[in-house]
Design a protein. Structure first.
Length: 615
């Protein structure tokens, strides 16, 4: 989603802003811009396209200002263009604003402001903020009272929706005011000045100690320091968070792209996620803040998520119902919030979000809590909104994920949800201590098995990719755990290669999808060792009889599959419950290889963003 960065201090602002924006390119965007205080005026430069385009344009300026704000925009209101790029300014250009989120009542505010003589130069919702701040600021200054902080506080009182804001005024040189509601803002102090951003990665070189603003908190940044306030102007002392990951997580480390690097980091993610979770033969997830007795009262589970996280939830459903014998439903978060789900005090809602910012998931959390449910969050981002608004949280330990298409965060989610399913089974008395120990040991072994896949399956993946690179569409199939894995495989392929892909439970073939099959049509099957293996083979025979090109992910030692598939990618034998972890890895590699062969940008696929903070 959009990215914010700001700096005020003793150094030139321009290179700091450009570097910060570059660090946030992984989030997805369509335009970029900066506003820098030069003398007694604010200079704004925006460009459609990459940050590199903006940086090239800035080479023709000679900005020496030491205070500025910058932004990468992903279009919501108004098409991608320089006019719609942030920062946005007031009528006189004396106020500059960057904004993440969405202002739901912008249309009525724009009409009201226009009736009072304000002139708008963009189609965005953000521009109303600049004009609201302008009105408040000028009125306060004319009365000899108030300042930029007070004006921003008053303006945000008119806003309905989500916002992370950074604001400057030419009459207060060297000052940036930041605030937030439902959209992340972090603030930190470095050796040469003060920093604000929507993502810690933008300021990691300057400081490891940051403040993550809570909703309705504000910060005033100057070259000398940072002050924090509530909306009424009362000084507050927010909690400081120390960041313990290094910038090398945002570097490719010798890999050709971030996606491949992050695929290879997955064994470490599994190990880190499981570390310290088994104690004396019992699972321990203290962050959930529920006793065994409280867990035992749970009689219904909802997993709410979007995209890749939703597919992790489908895997969890199988495990929760198998091990805990508790009914589990998996809901797309955007649908959950607009219907009337059956929720009681003994309902557990598990909210899964890689970024912890997903707007629909956050709204679903709030709705569930109002209805009396206990809410657990599973996220990759410490201090994120999902983490803060849940009763308990499991962090996936994936560290920063740069590529837009999620890989290591997905496996971290699957491992975390698997732990949760085991915990519920343990609390319900459905899994014995011996069973927990065995399952945990086998789950831990998947880290080494993923390493083997990464070391061995490259040639088979490349061969399969070449066989399907020119296709117009592809079909992924599987049964049981393989069906849930297929959905994620199809999503990865379409996300980064732009090759249309569908996923179906293999038993549904004759109910429609088989009509697509003709000569050389790629069918990718999860045909691992499982109770439904023979059924999957039968579906492959149906596809092959119609000329399909069959690509199978199969268990090592399975020679029979060679009779039914044109290309086979072998993976180690694992318990069926853990097959999504191992089977997903070759599908990630396959999607990436097809994308590379098709000349696609695997790290920043078109039209997609890393986190979706609006509906």
């Amino acid at each position: 989603m959009c990215g914010i960065v700001g700096y005020t201090g003793a150094s030139a602002a321009e290179p700091i802003l450009v570097e910060g924006l570059s660090r946030m390119e992984y989030r997805g965007y369509d335009s970029a811009g900066v506003a820098i205080q030069e003398g007694d005026a604010i200079q704004v430069v925006c460009r459609k396209g990459k940050v590199s385009e903006l940086a090239h344009t800035l080479e023709h300026f000679d900005f020496a200002g030491t205070c500025g704000i910058g932004h990468t925009r992903w279009a919501t209101h108004g098409k991608p263009s320089e006019a719609n790029a942030h920062p946005h300014t007031s009528c006189a250009g004396d106020i500059a604003v960057v904004h993440n989120g969405i202002i739901e009542n912008f249309a009525e505010l724009r009409e009201e402001l226009t009736s009072r003589g304000h002139v708008f130069s963009s189609d965005t919702d953000t521009e109303v903020v600049a004009h609201l701040v302008e009105e408040s600021y000028h009125r306060m200054r004319a009365a000899g009272e108030g300042d930029l902080r007070a004006a921003v506080a008053e303006a945000t009182g008119r806003l309905v929706g989500a916002y992370g804001l950074a604001v400057m005024a030419d009459a207060e040189p060297g000052t940036i005011v930041a605030c937030r509601k439902d959209s992340p803002i972090v603030v930190g102090r470095g050796e040469t000045g003060s920093y604000v951003a929507s993502d810690i990665i933008a300021m990691i070189d300057a400081t490891r100690d940051v403040v993550v603003l809570a909703d309705n908190q504000m910060a005033r940044l100057t070259a000398d320091g940072i002050e924090y306030f509530d909306l009424e102007g009362n000084a507050i002392a927010p909690e400081v968070t120390h960041v313990d990951w290094d910038i090398d997580v945002a570097e490719k480390g010798g890999y050709p792209d971030f996606m491949l690097k992050e695929i290879h980091e997955q064994p470490r993610v599994i190990r880190d996620t499981l570390a310290g979770r088994l104690s004396g033969g019992a699972l321990s997830i203290d962050e959930l803040d529920m006793t065994a007795e409280e867990l035992n009262l749970i009689d219904r589970v909802y997993v709410i998520a979007c995209g890749t996280s939703y597919h992790a939830g489908l895997i969890a459903k199988n495990l929760i119902e198998a091990w805990a014998r508790i009914p589990c439903e998996v809901e797309v978060a955007s649908e959950f919030r607009y219907r009337n789900p059956i929720i009681t005090p003994t309902t557990l809602v598990v909210a899964v979000s890689q970024s912890g910012e997903t707007a629909d998931t956050l709204a679903a959390i709030r709705d569930a809590r109002v209805r009396g449910a206990k809410v657990f969050g599973i996220t990759n981002v410490v201090g994120s909104p999902v983490a803060r608004e849940s009763d308990g949280v499991i962090y996936t330990k994936a560290n920063k994920e740069i590529a837009v298409a999620s890989t290591k965060s997905f496996l971290g989610q699957v491992a975390s949800l698997t732990l949760l399913a085991m915990l519920l089974g343990q609390s319900a008395g459905k899994l014995t201590t011996a069973q927990i120990k065995l399952l945990f040991s086998e789950l831990a072994d998947t880290a080494e098995q993923v390493e083997r896949i990464l070391a061995d399956c490259g040639p088979a993946v490349e061969e399969a990719a070449r066989a399907m690179v020119d296709a117009q569409s592809a079909l992924f199939i599987g049964r049981g755990m393989g069906a849930a894995t297929s959905y994620e495989g199809a999503l990865k392929l379409k996300e980064i290669s732009y090759l249309h892909a569908e996923a179906y439970a293999a038993g549904e073939m004759k109910h429609g999808p088989i009509a697509l099959i003709d000569e050389n049509f790629p069918v990718i099957a999860i045909a691992t060792n499982s109770p439904v293996y023979d059924k999957v083979v039968s579906n492959l025979q149906e596809s092959r009889a119609r000329g399909a090109c069959i690509i199978a992910v199969a268990t090592e030692g399975d020679e029979e599959i060679l009779k039914h598939a044109d290309h086979v990618i072998y993976i180690p034998k694992v318990r069926d419950a853990f097959s999504p972890i191992t089977a997903s890895v070759p599908l990630q590699l396959l999607a990436r290889e097809v994308a590379v062969l098709r000349g696609c940008d695997v790290d920043q696929p078109r039209n997609l963003a890393k986190s979706v903070t609006v509906e």
